[in-house]
Design a protein around this ligand. Structure first.
Ligand SMILES: CC(C)(COP(=O)(O)OP(=O)(O)OC[C@H]1O[C@@H](n2cnc3c(N)ncnc32)[C@H](O)[C@@H]1OP(=O)(O)O)[C@@H](O)C(=O)NCCC(=O)NCCS
Length: 192
């Protein structure tokens, strides 16, 4: 593992200037590698998602992509909307993809990227309604732990699924868990 200094992490928007870097990116998950290498820039041109790269000096150590989304109220914990007007669904920002290079994992880069995404959502919500962050998390222990650690919750019908994954008892054949984060939580200085 290569050790990095998180204070020197920089975020930039994906562009053709980074073609050489994205072609080398490897987080050990082929779909996430393929997305950044092949589809992310086109999706950005098509205004489907916007990707930010986490760079450490001249290295690409992570990326995340954001898109608009919404969350239907039946997926929420009742406490999350007890204090707001009832609508069938609420505006949200989706973390469409998020990955850290395999040589730089477990050093806090993922959390730094989440904080950056939160900052963007928080800023956006000053201009356009945006109450929640959503993500479809792979059925993977470290990914579930990662989002849970940050304060994401599973939608109601996925509570048991997450418990089973965390206890190593998950036997079903679904590949993702829908999780969300309520932006109403106190602003902790996320920046974008
Ligand atoms: C999941 C992923 C994004 C985490 O990013 P990271 O930079 O490695 O994680 P961080 O160092 O920020 O870890 C934050 C917390 O996540 C959890 N976590 C991260 N990696 C973990 C692992 N391998 N095992 C268990 N928990 C893990 C821990 O709670 C950790 O906090 P701690 O170190 O204080 O215990 C990264 O491992 C990754 O890119 N994996 C492959 C792609 C992927 O699964 N993306 C998510 C798709 S939904």
């Amino acid at each position: 593992m290569s050790i990095i200094d998180l204070a020197e992490l920089r975020f930039v928007k994906l562009s053709t200037a980074y073609d050489g870097h994205v072609s080398q990116f490897d987080c050990s998950q082929s779909d996430l590698n393929e997305f950044i290498r092949t589809h992310a820039l086109q999706e950005q041109y098509d205004r489907l998602s916007v990707t930010r790269l986490a760079c450490y000096h001249n290295l690409l150590v992570g990326y995340f992509s954001l898109a608009n989304s919404s969350i239907v109220n039946k997926n929420l914990d009742d406490r999350d909307y007890s204090n707001i007007r009832r609508y069938p669904s609420y505006p949200a920002l989706m973390i469409a993809r998020l990955a850290v290079h395999k040589d730089y994992q477990r050093q806090g880069i993922g959390i730094k990227m989440l904080e950056r995404g939160m900052g963007i959502a928080y800023k956006l919500s000053d201009h356009v309604g945006c109450r929640f962050i959503t993500v479809d998390v792979k059925v993977d222990l470290r990914a579930i732990k990662f989002y849970t650690r940050f304060g994401f919750k599973p939608r109601k019908k996925d509570y048991n699924k997450v418990e089973e994954i965390l206890h190593g008892d998950y036997r079903r054949n679904e590949d993702s868990v829908f999780m969300y984060f309520d932006l109403w939580k106190p602003y902790l200085g996320w920046c974008c």
